[in-house]
Design a protein around this ligand. Structure first.
Ligand SMILES: Nc1nc2c(c(=O)[nH]1)N[C@H]1C(S)=C(S)[C@@H](COP(=O)(O)OP(=O)(O)OC[C@H]3O[C@@H](n4cnc5c(=O)[nH]c(N)nc54)[C@H](O)[C@@H]3O)O[C@H]1N2
Ligand SMILES: Nc1nc2c(c(=O)[nH]1)N[C@H]1C(S)=C(S)[C@@H](COP(=O)(O)OP(=O)(O)OC[C@H]3O[C@@H](n4cnc5c(=O)[nH]c(N)nc54)[C@H](O)[C@@H]3O)O[C@H]1N2
Ligand SMILES: [Mo]
Length: 681
């Protein structure tokens, strides 16, 4: 047989991850045979990650959903029969029309997140469709919204330093972020700084891979970071290490704020945080006396009732010390604003289609919304794409109860039969990144990338764009923008003055695969103030918290359900054999003292228990501080339907609309032992 010459196709990783890697796919005879990171891309540097190195296993996995499926068994049982697209669409359209006629458009709930982060295959096609049918709005704030709101309260934006600038930092605090696992392509820049003499500090209750690779690991109690930041500022101001000139010119409200610092003595803060007072003093001095000091914030720490306040308070630190004056000094958080400022998204989103006053449902409370007897009109249809709410949203049993309702029509567009798809009436097959066109923006760096399809869609899979074109036609909708082709969407997205001024064109992206965006503010964005707040100054507002004894929870151990899984991306890959094997069993990390007090040894089968659920896991003794246990989120449990989010609450954070699901308390018990809830204290 004659083999054709292999073709190299440029693309980019679709995942909801700060690294947005550029990749190259080798295609031979219509099959993708090799995937590697783009060696020229300044962040990818030729390597992918533990997950995406095996992306082609995902593409060609036996577990892919490749044809439309219609449910045959009870909801959740995961039993389906194959039907044609035509049949599925006709039945879905009939179901939707009947419900919309009876209750109005808001009876339909869209549910999507960043299963793919691309501009085309992510949320924009759905935004047009759902706007046109008058569906409920979904508040998509599970990730980075709380932290963004907090940081913006201080400095007016969530865009601070650009990530590669961290190489110029000489004191780096990775505060509540697990860089090596979640943002591995930032690590070489941090290593470069370290080689030039920088100290790397990790502040995390858990001993993560990143903490193990740092120079200094500080382990506060979860949720105590606001107090820690106040304690650091207490020492800095007490010892005259603040930059009075910078504060004078670029801050408001600092005098009142400084008065509140009095209460946050190292001794009181030590009590709240469970960190020795000497360590607080030492950190304050080391941080404030290194001019180019950088704080790296990401997402995990925000999922708390006072998450925004924590981020806001931490954002004051580089203003107090004047770190912003120095190259590599300041705060590194997100870069999405650069991309969304450049892309032309108005016509792709068509916000004008959604009638003003349309009700909103927060994604974190999908379970509550589906189970609310007073919700008028009720939600009777859910259309899910690019998300797996049964695993990733808190209060799992409520989500499952909602999706189990007989009167709810659930449609899931997916690559895999996820725990959510098991509850669907119809599962429709979705393409993977090597099968579809997309424009990839990034929340972790300043390079945009074009993803060119490398192979034809497998089976009957279609991209998100085509899914919504088909749905629109089936329901009989008539707005031209609902039928834009993928090519037209790409051209619209790139049609902006910003891209023109940066010389970024479709031709250039097709040739190079990616391009760097220019940030107007440059490498030292706030060296002379100029924060994008109303008055150009950083607004100091004291936290609502009072230093006192931390509130006693009813259950004795604080549970963190962070990412933690090297081979999963949230729950993506939890259905791919290679990845589940690589990840091994679900483990709960527990401190040796807490383990021995419960008669638990390393490797024992245990249950993580609270009023909501009992989640089976294997004990891993070590790697967390006393009083804290850590269970990674993102694990699919198939028919059993219990994972970390079975234990978490579905309240909201103080700003930004995010969740409080890291404020979870539990006990851990040897498997099968009866555990009683302690009496209320
Ligand atoms: N391998 C892998 N990479 C990923 C992901 C993945 O699932 N797997 N997910 C991607 C996504 S969607 C996101 S948002 C990012 C998230 O990236 P990160 O924010 O870096 O990751 P998380 O694991 O959510 O949280 C980071 C750390 O916060 C700590 N933490 C929790 N509560 C507190 C607290 O109160 N104080 C302090 N100081 N620390 C606390 C946790 O112990 C955890 O180690 O990662 C992205 N990258
Ligand atoms: N307890 C706890 N809960 C958490 C978190 C935590 O740290 N702890 N993290 C939170 C955070 S930060 C985030 S970002 C969310 C993530 O929540 P989700 O966005 O729900 O994340 P995933 O589980 O990765 O689900 C994405 C799904 O999209 C599918 N998908 C991928 N590409 C496509 C496509 O092109 N089309 C379609 N139709 N589907 C596609 C994948 O197969 C996958 O099943 O979880 C949140 N939930
Ligand atoms: Mo996220």
């Amino acid at each position: 047989m004659v083999q054709s010459i292999p073709l190299i196709v440029r693309g980019a990783c679709p995942h909801d991850c700060p690294d947005t890697c550029a990749w190259q796919v080798t295609v031979q005879d219509g099959r993708a045979t090799r995937l590697k990171g783009d060696a020229d891309h300044p962040h990818t540097r030729g390597s992918l990650c533990a997950k995406v190195n095996h992306y082609l296993d995902r593409v060609y996995s036996d577990a892919r959903v490749l044809h439309p499926l219609r449910r045959t068994g009870p909801k959740g049982s995961g039993t389906f029969e194959q039907v044609s697209w035509e049949t599925a669409l006709a039945e879905i359209a009939a179901g939707l029309t009947e419900r919309i006629d009876r209750h109005g458009g808001t009876t339909v709930l869209p549910f999507s997140y960043m299963g793919t982060q691309g501009l085309l295959q992510g949320e924009t096609p759905g935004s047009r469709f759902f706007g046109r049918i008058g569906a409920s709005r979904l508040v998509r704030a599970v990730c980075a919204s709380t932290g963004s709101a907090g940081v913006a309260q201080a400095i007016g934006t969530n865009v601070g330093l650009l990530p590669d600038e961290i190489r110029h930092s000489r004191f780096i605090i990775l505060w509540g972020t697990n860089t090596i696992v979640t943002n591995v392509h930032l690590w070489p820049f941090i290593r470069e700084a370290q080689a030039a003499g920088a100290t790397v500090v990790v502040i995390d209750p858990a001993t993560t891979r990143t903490a193990r690779s740092a120079d200094w690991h500080i382990q506060p109690l979860p949720g105590s970071d606001t107090a820690l930041a106040m304690g650091l500022m207490h020492v800095i101001v007490r010892d005259g290490l603040q930059d009075a000139d910078y504060l004078e010119r670029h801050a408001t409200g600092f005098t009142e704020f400084a008065a509140r610092l009095d209460e946050f003595t190292p001794e009181r803060v030590a009590d709240i945080c469970g960190v020795p007072p000497e360590e607080i003093e030492r950190l304050a001095h080391a941080y404030a006396s290194t001019p180019a000091s950088c704080i790296r914030l990401l997402v995990g720490m925000e999922h708390r009732a006072f998450g925004a306040e924590t981020f806001r308070t931490i954002a004051y630190l580089p203003v107090v010390t004047g770190a912003w004056r120095h190259r590599g000094g300041g705060l590194l958080f997100l870069t999405a604003g650069l991309h969304w400022g450049a892309m032309n998204t108005e016509r792709l989103e068509r916000e004008d289609l959604t009638p003003p006053g349309t009700r909103s449902v927060n994604m974190i409370q999908i379970g509550a919304a589906l189970n609310d007897p007073d919700l008028d009109p009720p939600i009777t249809a859910v259309i899910v794409h690019g998300a797996n709410p049964v695993v990733t949203m808190p209060n799992q049993s409520l989500t499952i109860a909602g999706l189990s309702r007989d009167d709810v029509l659930t449609v899931v567009h997916e690559q895999f039969l996820t725990d959510t798809a098991r509850y669907a009436d119809y599962v429709l097959p979705a393409t993977t990144q090597v099968e579809n066109l997309d424009l990839m923006w990034s929340w972790g760096h300043d390079h945009i990338a074009l993803n060119t399809p490398a192979i034809a869609p497998l089976g009957e899979a279609v991209p998100t764009t085509e899914f919504f074109r088909r749905l629109s036609a089936a329901v009989g909708l008539d707005d031209d923008d609902l039928y834009l082709t993928d090519d037209e969407m790409l051209d619209i997205a790139l049609d902006s003055d910003q891209f023109r001024s940066m010389g970024i064109t479709r031709e250039r992206l097709e040739r190079d695969g990616w391009a760097q965006l220019h940030s107007e503010r440059g490498a030292t964005p706030f060296s002379d103030g100029g924060f994008p707040t109303d008055d150009g100054r950083c607004a100091f507002v004291p936290p609502s918290m009072r230093p006192g004894a931390p509130a006693k929870a009813r259950w004795p151990l604080h549970l963190i359900t962070a990412k933690g899984s090297l081979h999963f991306l949230n729950s993506s890959y939890a259905h791919v054999a290679w990845h589940t094997k690589a990840e091994g069993e679900l483990t709960v990390a527990i401190h040796p003292d807490d383990a021995s007090a419960r008669g638990i040894a390393h490797g024992d089968r245990v249950e993580v228990v609270n009023d909501r659920a009992r989640v089976p896991a294997k004990a891993h003794v070590g790697d967390v501080r006393r009083g804290v246990v850590a269970l990674p989120s993102g694990w699919a449990r198939g028919a059993e339907g219990v994972s970390a989010n079975a234990l978490t609450p579905d309240g909201l954070s103080d700003a930004g609309g995010g969740g409080d699901f890291h404020d979870t308390f539990v006990d851990v018990a040897p498997a099968r032992e009866e555990v009683r809830a302690p009496a209320s204290r």
